[in-house]
Design a protein around this ligand. Sequence first.
Ligand SMILES: [Zn+2]
Ligand SMILES: [Zn+2]
Length: 364
Amino acid sequence: MTTSTHPKITVTGHLQKEAWRLRELPPVELVRPGLWSIPVIFPNNPLRYVNVYVIEVPTGLVLVDAGWPVDEAWANLTEGLVSIGANVTDVEGVLVTHNHADHLGLAGRIRDASGAWVAMHRLDAEGVDHEIDPEEMTTSSERWLIGAGVQESDLASMIPDVGQFANHLMIPKADRLIEDGERPLPGAPAIRAIWTPGHSPGHLCFMDDERNLLMSGDHLLPRISPHISVHPRETGDPLGTYIATLNAMRDMTPDEILPAHEYRFSGLAERVDQMNLHHEERLAEVLDWIMTRPGASSYEIAAHLSWSHGWENTRGMLRRAALGETIAHIVHLQVRGAIRNEPVDGREYRGELVRTDAWFANAR
Ligand SMILES: [Zn+2]
Ligand SMILES: [Zn+2]
């Protein structure tokens, strides 16, 4: 993940922004009558916390996202609910933007406590393998990493450990599936699901048509570009999907965007333009390296791109994520017809690449 600055958006979550600067957990806030944000901690992660949104419906409360499955986050959530005069037992449903453990992880515990339903898009419900076999996962990870050109010495650090599998296994199954355009809350018909694939195949944003607010999950964040990655379980061209999804929503004019991380902001079109600019620059950077070093593996390409904390400091699972992002850009260049990608020695190197002018024709 890297930062983008131009053109300008307007930060509206001032308390959240100040807390970000101070490296603190932001306060619980009443965003609009009947809609609150409760930040819950996301430990050992640069994203620091997840913004859980609470929507009042005639019969109780509905949450948008849940939080990372640890006791500290659970305490943030339950105490946050008490601070707004409610209780976790009032929660009748959890709308999940996507199946990552920082959004879905606590949903099972909420369901156990209150009998709430858990709802998400079909593709993200199907994307969680509840029968996951850590050994099989390790082998397929290793195969994929070697295929991308990762050196033997870096391999072990880039394979998820058993603890990460355990978190994955705590992810609950969905009780309800939500389709694009659906209004999932009979008591709050203004809430509309928008299917926004890219960061995950079944990512959903939730538009509140009455309050004119967009709950954007990880699809649009004010500071960082969402992680878009190709990896053993995500094939295809997720970056192309993400860019198309973003551009399709550029004409929407919500008063405020309520992201799942960082802080609230306004300026949807500006943020979409920033994202486009960021990815075009990144694609150019990748293409540049491929032109000067034909045959480079995706790992070599990743190692020579600019990263916000430097490649040397991007280690372990962060390095794996960086590699996945790089491959997403390589695949997208390939889909645009800018490069060819030939396997070398039977391995799926993303490296044997030949420049064409197609990317330039598309980009400029
Ligand atoms: Zn995510
Ligand atoms: Zn997230």
